[in-house]
Design a protein around this ligand. Sequence first.
Ligand code: UN1
Length: 507
Amino acid sequence: MRDILSELGIEATNSGASAGGFFDTHGEIIESVSPIDGKPIAKIRQATAEDYERAMQVGLEAFATWRTLGAPKRGEIVRQIGHALREKKEALGQLVSLEMGKIKVEGLGEVQEMIDMADFATGLSRQLYGLVMQSERKFHRMTETWHPLGMVGIISAFNFPVAVWSWNAFLAAVCGDVMIWKPSSLVPLCAIAVQKIADRVLAANGCAGVMTLVIGPGSSVGQRLLDDKRIPLISATGSNQMGERVAMSAAKRYARTILELGGNNALVVMGDANVDMALRSVLFGAVGTAGQRCTSTRRLLLDKSIEKTFLPRLVNAYKQIKIGDPLDPKTLMGPLVDKSAVADMMKALKIIKEQGGEILYGGKELSGAQYPGGCYVEPTIVLARPDMPIVREETFAPILYAIPFSGGVEKAIEIQNNVPQGLSSCIYTESLTNAERFLSAVGSDCGIANVNVGTSGAEIGGAFGGEKETGGGREAGSDSWKQYMRRQTQTINWSGELGLAQGIQFG
Ligand code: UN1
């Protein structure tokens, strides 16, 4: 492990801020602890308000030049960052596992998501298309042009410590923005490693300071960022509680937000589904990343006609899941991110039982020599009713609510939509009618709706995000880039005469 840390430039004690390179910070020291064994990995000296101000100044200075480069030139620099990530994929993927606890293939997958995002942004840098509109006035031309927005604040969560930054950072960069990143304090080393890779490429291109980083407490550094009038856009991923704070602070100063908050994602299995495929999909969706994706499958809506055959098979599959060190290739489920995540899961299970949920499998904390550090749990299946209040909440843990239903696809859609969140959803069916209804205007109300594809593991090419309490933001693919730019409507009069719109004759 020490090799990986040194390959990524992680030291015993690290600075918690970079602006054109890491500089001496002045805040309290925090320790990054691995959930694998509860042992400290390295220390980080956090940023103070003054350190934040320094990063902000450097970033704003960088903006003056960055916004004047052609977007394809910026794309080329993002391409080089993607290339540098390819070179460090193995080490960075392992650091994600070490610090956050997801299994190695998922850690590597996350770095791949960054690489894909760099490729996407590079291509996009030649396609930031505007529009030409037909003017109602003679010899006038009307266009819509996109300009850089300025400083973008990026707040990322612990569960995707590197990929989610890249969704925002690479789009913002090709759009001509600069950025300040505040990562979750649970995974500061992942942020430091990524920042070092980006810093090297930016410096080699004479663009140091375009991407800046501050690691510090939400209450001081985080709140400062939210209230900072110099930041016109904040993109934040995390809990609804955090999202509300972001939205309120941003609204007070008319800043824009991209919010990617809680999900409560349902996987519907119809009676006519390819059951083998559905089963494997539930497993990846509910157990992958130990249920700590915002896209994790939390509700399994099972057509009553297959309930009795599906559930025993699912329980059997859960029994085979190897839990343990996420860096061991045989492991399918690693630890939760920390002990407080375990405590939250146990608290939820108590409430589940009080509300009449029946534990079909799992539900226990794992301890003993095989499970050091206090962060391992059993993945859990609960036989639940959709009217149990806790089913409508997002518990960030591997708890799957199995909810049998009858009444066809209409009923499944009704249950699926009857939660406050609206991120991801899917249906397993071989019926065209069921599939089309699920995808139609009277179907799923989520930002993501799939047929015979699970709730998690979205590709970067599509816009990612959800409705209702998920926050409404869209990141990554499609035309998400437009949020990182300001739109300007331009009218050019080359007629030599003053013509007013709406046919008005004035004076
Ligand atoms: C998240 O959990 O915040 O679709 C992001 C997925 C991943 C991203 C998840 N591509 O599951």
